[in-house]
Design a protein around this ligand. Sequence first.
Ligand code: ATP
Ligand code: MG
Length: 417
Amino acid sequence: MRVSRVVVKNFRNYKDAALDLSDGRNILIGENAQGKTNLLEAIELIACGRSDRASNDRELVLRGESEALIEVSYHSAGYSETASLILTAGDRMSRKAKINGVSQPAGKKFAARLTTVSFKASDLNLLRGGPKFRRDWLDQLVCKLKNSHIDLTARYDKIVQQRNKLLKTFFEKGSVGPSGLDELRVWDRQLAQYGSQIIKHRVHALALALPLAEDYQASISGNREKLTAQYIFKQVESDTDSQSSSMSVERASEKESLGIDELKLMPLEDLAQLLLAQLKSRRQEEIVRKQSLSGPHRDDVSFALNDFVASSYASQGQQRSLVLALKLAELKLVSDRLEEPPLLLLDDVLAELDLSRQGMLMQLVETGMQTLITTTDLDGFRSEWLNGAKVVAVHAGQILSDKVNQEKLADPGLQSD
Ligand code: ATP
Ligand code: MG
């Protein structure tokens, strides 16, 4: 899978720009706040249908404009496509997606047949952030392995919304009543049905990724650290997502959670029953809080090193290593499962990795993966990253490819191999 061209119009700080990519390594270089990450975000919007840093589409449209366009052309063995997304940020926000000029029905949930794996500084939120970061990472990983997961999560989100609406009416009326209870039971069954499938998908993906992450963690730590993880069904505290883990001082084994293997083997129907029982037990609390308090939208994953919860006990360096191990596992898993390597996006992270960790990543990239790297500076890169790379400068929302290539060609340190 190769991306050949990215066009952005009125997107973030770009008025109108185009980036042509080489099939191998591409480096976007520029000072801070010039638009490097914005370009990666545009590609991810096409590939995953979402941006992990924009809270709404209005932020994505160039200030003062009402409509943004992203167009990404990519090809693989069996097809060649141009996917476009128009983001409208007027009174009502909307999205229109097209493939080769043909409108796509999915709208907000549109994701093209393009798979990316990204490494970013914000990946540390996988350990330091609230449960939502881990859920989102896992759902994204599942989507890369199984396309239908996008539809499943979209349906599930709607069920939770409808159920919350109903809980709100109970709260406002001050009572549930027999017909209300019947209606709630319908939503409970749907939540349990779709929710149990989401959990199954997540657990399956985790079970595939963890042995790989465990190996990376062992090799980064010189076999001193054993990585384990648990899928957490039910928070110990019924608090909404917070930045601090509610089980911060406990040992991993003491949490209210089920082992990944246990969950993997559990029949779907049993899992749905477990969810139904949880919903039933918290009904009163749900009405008071006007929120659905059980289900995959509340779940979490806990990572531990040598049985100690990593978010609370691991040092900063250990946390960085663990996040790298998880991301390398994601990259390896996605590359192995897809028939061809994904597009790798490295946003400002390469220079942060020491040479041996860059080497671990390089081993995976050497399988012929197209890579797009952003950086403010080429210092600190292993030479393999630069050899043969297409270097493009980004300045104030403009892409200045020709200028950099001429400068870099004159630099013997960047001659291709
Ligand atoms: P760094 O090296 O610091 O990561 P970067 O080159 O990756 O920088 P980006 O995050 O791509 O920078 O771009 C940030 C710039 O885009 C900021 O100057 C920001 O103000 C601008 N920007 C973001 N959204 C919009 C928008 N909707 N309209 C106009 N400008 C925007
Ligand atoms: Mg950036």
